[in-house]
Design a protein around this ligand. Structure first.
Ligand code: SF4
Length: 357
């Protein structure tokens, strides 16, 4: 048994408001203990032999007009989380409220109304746009589902306004997706996403399929639109530099769970969870002096299967700080006594560590 004693959890508040920039803001979206397990079926009778625990007890709040970045390695459950928030899928358990309304209990018209307020921008601008539809039809498609949003006679004008808003030529309304570059196609996807004046935009890896030179332009566009329209973003990505650039707060996911949540500056300058510290220490640094000084943490071992996550802390099989308690007792996502206020971390031995870069 280790001689180190884990600090006592001070407040069990995985969904607390983090970050100095967002305190006192109004909550627009709230996820409470969201769980999504997919059954694994085998044999001729398709018997359920286990479950993939894609999302396993995630809670957080999203404030009006803020950007909450969600980062983590591939397969950590961040895209499934985005689909649950958009209600493209229903959770196994848990709930999400939008302005206090429980999303998963809404049906028919009530759900359709709710969908207007929460829209999504997908990762791949090459496959998410129908190649046989004109740009005008693609951007105007949400108006077919919500005909009361814009009268039929005014739709073309509205689509042209949207094209202009995302930096595309309104005269190109009759062109097809293949006539645009990757970055322009993602602008079309964003125009479609904001067509109904949503309050929340779920951005699922919106720039990862784009050239690096184009990524910044699309991120800048999202920032401009946020300032202009007051949108809140859940920005899901694996690229920590992009997430840092756009986010007010950041949540780090590992094997279906949030392991750290806090203000962007706290997470990037003084991460307290060993997994976040390892991720950040691997971010490329252009400055060779900083690069040489940096203490890179190399994680050993593969990410365990989400069908059979380790007991206790899910990160213990790869964590260089793991103690006996980590193998048996799951750490809660809570404020740590030695951490910054409202910066939560799911680690028994959380302590800030400066990561250069
Ligand atoms: Fe590592 Fe233990 Fe903290 Fe998990 S709880 S991150 S295993 S030190």
């Amino acid at each position: 048994m280790s001689s180190e004693t884990p600090p006592t959890d001070s407040r069990a508040t995985g969904s607390s408001a983090a970050g100095t920039g967002v305190r006192n803001r109004e909550v627009i979206l709230k996820a409470e203990d969201l769980v999504k397990h997919y059954p694994i079926k085998k044999g001729v009778l398709r018997r359920t032999v286990g479950h993939v625990k894609a999302v396993d007890g995630v809670s957080f709040e999203l404030f009006k007009g803020e950007t909450l970045g969600i980062v983590g390695e591939s397969g950590c459950g961040k895209s499934t989380l985005g689909r649950l928030l958009m209600r493209l899928e229903d959770p196994t358990s848990g709930r999400t409220t939008f302005n206090g309304v429980d999303m998963y209990s809404q049906r028919g018209n009530a759900m359709r109304k709710l969908r207007r307020d929460i829209q999504i921008v997908f990762q791949d601008p090459y496959t998410s746009l129908n190649p046989r539809m004109t740009v005008g039809d693609i951007i105007g498609e949400p108006f077919d589902i919500h005909p009361d949003a814009v009268p039929k006679a005014g739709r073309r004008k509205r689509v042209q306004e949207l094209l202009d808003l995302v930096g595309l030529n309104p005269e190109h309304i009759n062109r097809y997706p293949h006539q645009f570059s990757g970055g322009q196609r993602q602008r079309i996807g964003i125009a479609r996403g904001i067509a109904l004046n949503p309050k929340v935009l779920i951005c699922d890896e919106p720039v990862s399929a784009l050239d690096v030179s184009v990524q910044a332009q699309v991120v800048n566009l999202l920032e401009e639109l946020q300032n202009e329209l007051g949108l809140a973003y859940v920005f899901i990505a694996h690229d920590l530099s992009v997430v840092r650039h756009i986010s007010d707060r950041v949540g780090v996911m590992y094997l279906g769970k949030l392991v750290e949540l806090g203000d962007e500056d706290q997470i990037y300058s003084h991460p307290t969870h060993p997994y976040t510290q390892a991720l950040l220490s691997a971010v490329p640094v252009p400055d060779p002096t900083l690069r040489d000084k940096r203490d890179q943490i190399v994680l050993t071992g593969d990410v365990p299967s989400p069908a059979n996550p380790p007991k206790g802390c899910r990160f213990h099989t790869r964590c260089w700080k793991a103690q006996d308690i980590c193998k048996t007792e799951e750490p809660l996502l809570v404020e740590r006594p030695d951490g910054v206020s409202e910066h939560t971390s799911a680690c028994h031995f959380a302590e800030p560590r400066q990561v250069l870069g």
